[in-house]
Design a protein around this ligand. Structure first.
Ligand code: PGA
Length: 257
């Protein structure tokens, strides 16, 4: 009932020309369009080019949608350097990552700001992808679940989760970009826990249809065992998404698992 979702997170990579080349490198024969959903979270400067490539003939038969990596929570105003949800929706963005650990750790994003953003993204008709996960120190001190619960509850504060769709991405901070994927039992435990909390916040039916992705050093070799876990509904993929053929290979293996 939950269609797997694979989101490429390019982070701060690729110029406009490189964006074009990435989409040209997606081969449509490689994937059954009904097997899963895909999205590509490109830098703001690549959104228009990516939107054009997705709408163009090359990727049109693939289930690819456009994603952004961040946004502000106001739709306009004196916020120099920021991009609003309205601007993203205008460029056909469908998903927006919110609260990625790099935003939280390097740019001081708090749970409160994350909640504003989640609400604003949904308000502009897009789907927020609420990213959360514990640091190494939090796991070592047995705080994985309380941290995940806090980030989930506070991140969703103010969102009408009964009516609006959202996606949750569990990404242990210590697994991101480190080559250290969490073990299957670690992932299974946190995903089951998150779904239980989500069911209490919304309802069991809504929790049963909400996608919870895993992220953190997922690659073509590890994706199948992760995707096979019952509570995992796809992945948020950083490093392994930068090459289009490798990303498609990863998605194909994940969807077949
Ligand atoms: P990674 O990044 O796959 O390179 O670990 C994942 C993410 O940050 O979303």
């Amino acid at each position: 009932m939950r269609r797997p979702l694979y989101i490429a997170n390019w982070k701060m990579n690729k110029t406009e020309l490189e964006t074009r080349a990435w989409f040209e490198g997606l081969s449509r024969e490689d994937l059954d369009p009904d097997a899963c959903d895909m999205a590509v979270a490109v830098p703001f400067t690549s959104l228009r080019t990516a939107a054009g490539m997705i709408a163009g003939s090359g990727a049109a038969s693939l289930p690819v949608s456009l994603a952004a990596q961040n946004c502000h929570w106001e739709n306009s105003g004196a916020f120099t350097g920021e991009i609003s949800p309205r601007m993203l929706a205008d460029l056909t963005v469908r998903f927006v990552l919110v609260g990625h650990s790099e935003r939280r750790q390097l740019f001081g994003e708090t749970d409160e700001r994350v909640a504003h953003k989640v609400k604003a993204v949904a308000g502009a008709g897009m789907i927020p992808v609420l990213c959360l996960g514990e640091t190494h120190e939090e796991r070592d001190s047995g705080r994985t679940e309380p941290v995940a619960e806090r980030q989930l509850r506070r991140g969703l504060e103010g969102l009408d989760i009964v009516r609006g769709e959202c996606v949750i991405a569990y990404e242990p901070v210590w697994a991101i970009g480190t080559g250290r994927t969490a073990t299957s039992s670690q992932i299974a435990e946190v995903h089951a826990f998150l779904r239980t909390i989500f069911a209490a916040l919304a309802s069991p039916e809504i929790a049963a249809r909400t996608r919870i992705l895993y992220g953190g050093s997922v690659n073509a070799s590890s994706v199948a065992s992760i995707a096979a876990l019952p509570e995992v509904d796809g992945s948020l993929v950083g490093g392994a998404s930068l090459d289009p053929a490798s990303f498609l290979d990863l998605v194909r293996r994940g969807c077949a698992a």
